[in-house]
Design a protein. Sequence first.
Lengths: 340, 169, 477
Amino acid sequence: MIDDIVHFFEPYIYLIVGGVKAIIIAVALTAVVPGLVWLERRLMGRFQVRLGPNRVGPFGLGQPISDSIKLLFKESIIQSSADKFLFHLAPAIVVFTAILSFAVIPITQPFEIFGQTIGPWIANIDSGILFIFAISGMGIYGKVIAGLSSNSKYSLMGGLRSSAQMISYELTLGIAALSIIVMTGSLNLVDMVKSQEAVPFILVQPLAFLLFFIAGVAETNRAPFDLPEAEQELVAGFHTEYTGMKFAMFFMGEYINMVTMSSLVTLLFLGGWNTYILPQNALTGFLAFAFKVLFLLCFFIWLRSTFPRIRYDRLMTFGWKFLLPIAIFNLLLTSALKVL
Amino acid sequence: MELLIFYPIGTLCVFLALGVVLNKSPIGSAMCLIGMMLGLAAVFAIQHAHFIAILQVIIYAGAIMVLFMFVIMLLNLKGDDTVWKTREGNTLLTGLGAVLVVGILYKMTEITGGGEFDSPTPIQETFGTTVKVGTTLFTDFVLPFEVASILLLAAMIGAVVLAKSKMDD
Amino acid sequence: MEHIPSPTVDLVSLAPVLVLSVFAMMVLLVDLYVKRDKTLVIFISLVGLLMTAISAFAKFDLPVHSFNDSYVVDELSVFFIMIFTLSSALAILLSIDYNKREGIRMGEYYSLILLCTVGMILLASSTDMIMIFLGIEIVSICLYVLAGIRRSDPKSNEAALKYFLLGAFATGFLLYGMTLVYGATGTTKLGLIAELIREEQIASKPLMLMGIVLLIIGFGFKVASVPFHMWAPDVYHGAPTPVTAFMAVGPKAAAFAAFFRVFAEAMPVLSPSWESLLCIVAVLSMFIGNVGAIMQTNIKRLLAYSSVSHVGYILIAVIAKNSLGSSSLVFYMLAYAFMIFGAFGIVILIGRKENEMLEIADYSGLAYKHPLMAISMSVFLLSLGGMPPLAGFVAKFYIFSAAIKEGFVTLVVLAVLNSVISFYYYLKVIVYMYMKEPEGEFQISLAPMTVFVVVIAMVGTAGLGIFPDPILYFTQH
């Protein structure tokens, strides 16, 4: 009887496993967001020599939970001049693309469970890194549509800045990643991690790492590149008109993107799940990966509290006239060395 | 299985393409176009051409359409013309157009009815992989690949010539 | 990681393209360092065109197929490269004084002309539909910009925008046609298509037939044949005059070369399905072009409509699809280049800074004031009409004899009839020049380079008409 059932489901096992993995990853990502908010506020408090949230629960750990409850129950206000459909669509796109792009990220090495080899990723596709670029490119639309549909000048400016910034820095991001692709000869993220078993690429490609990281910060619209939501100039940029949970969804998208970007940097440059010193298995692999990602996230927050926001034209000049040429030069150098 | 996915996506693509033309506002048209591009990417993905599907998303939906949106936003700053300005309907022209469309459709069905369509041949597993696309691009189609750079150079020069703000040199 | 086998690259056969691309980029770079005086830039462009013409002979033992059959060097392409370099050089020579007068001071102008020529060479020498598409796009994009290069002139802007929008639309048709043909045959190489469609099964495929129709629409737009000619008068009128002359010759010749390769060389088996369609297009082009030209009062629009009718004549060479057709095609394009550049040279000479003198009425009494110019203009116009013993006559004669050899007698009769109609409006201009009193003063400054072009065109028009044998010999062997 049970054998029959198992037999019946055999061809579909990959679907079931994939679905379970997808749910786990999506839930985990959403759950990580409040933690990150807490971390950011606590760390920012430290950096600015103040306490940060400390009232609700131990170390203020209850703060993000009470915040999310508050946001959930807030009234959702849509001004009458807004385009209703697009206004609702925008935050959904932001969160959806943010979660989707995590689908190809391998969080540790493959392991065996119940006789099945399980890859700790939802999909290990041939061109994983391109997939991430493609989906995060879709994420721009969330911001653009938010800016357009709000029918407010601050939102529009925010959306404009956001799209311009992401187009500009995506080039540098892509070209910096290309030098890694040239090194490994594969677009597959798992292959990339595997080829770093001996030494992480940050030591081989320090310049590419730097470029990728800077462009990554810009792609996630984090300070000092948070022009699209510059509070002092644009109120809150593209999400000026959003309230309640829809407003929170933009934040979720931003934080998940931060996690994705940190994971990507980890995979490309820091050796992914390779522990290097500890014994290598699935669990230590995951811990190593998580540690590296967490470190990078702290680095993101550190950057935010250290650097002032740069001016908009400087941002563009920096991207097009400084980062991009260096990235191209680095790529040429890498390719030349690879051929020789 | 593949057809089960293909038909809904194909239908959706057709409707979105119609939406591009029939939509009242530029933003709506652009959104429909983005949706159609994504649908096309899905069609590529069904054909085992993952690499091409992703390129489709990156290049068309990701890069080109963002520029479209960008332009719409720049032009839209006044906010008073969110709707296409269309020509007033001309009954005679509409009638003639309808006759033309019907005629073309009739002729097309006549031609297609007479001929034989091949049943689709199964695609090889390697069809749209990165390796296959790269190999084709750098062996069989190396000349078009390189010539495309001349095309881009010409387009770039042209854009600069037309958009340059100062004419003093 | 697998290693990709290195492709077969034959750079020597690509020599003209490479040389001209390098020169186009050099022009761009040199333009950075020269200020207002563009003499050096012009000189480099002309040297580049000369070198290109020389490098076209780099290959012996023609035809040479290279790059997996996507590029070919044969007599047709070599001869077309001669026409392209000649017409581009003439266009640049015409521009020297015109640009000074009209204040077009951009060095990119010359670079765009050279890149456009690169596109034409690729277009005339490719035997792969992807290459043909890329060639057409290079040519078109350069032309869109060149048509609108006078940015402060609304007419020029209008021309560029119209050309761009309609051109992009037509490119869509062309590409769709290519896609359908690819869908039917599974290849984009013309050589393979020619082999495949010998099989009855593919030849009758509906995809193939629809693809052919769409290809005709796409090419028809690019060569400005009726019913896709609507852009021609406006664009020819609005574009700067040297650019008008340029786009009337080179790009059209290139598109015809591709037209010939796709239809006459790759799909002669399918001719029953495209022949009648092209015949209709040709006849319509001749009639509507000529009737349209009769009603024009503007010389540039008149020449635009006349070029539409000439497209009709040239299409006959494609329909004939024999070796005489291809050689008459190149001969016609060469003769046409001389006539058009001559006529537009005169148009430029007569214009002045504030008033371009483009109305036909402006030509009243030109013969009394400047008899030499009136005579040359008459020669060019009569040659366009097909008066013996000028080049236009010989060119038409060869096209018609190619068609008669294949039995298209009705078509030829209609074409001859049209030649007669066309004399009406060519003679109208001549009547104005010789039989009307001058209306205003002519203020003609004989700019040396423009005069030089007119002289070259004159020699060419008369020479090709009186001694066609050497060139004909060259085209046929």
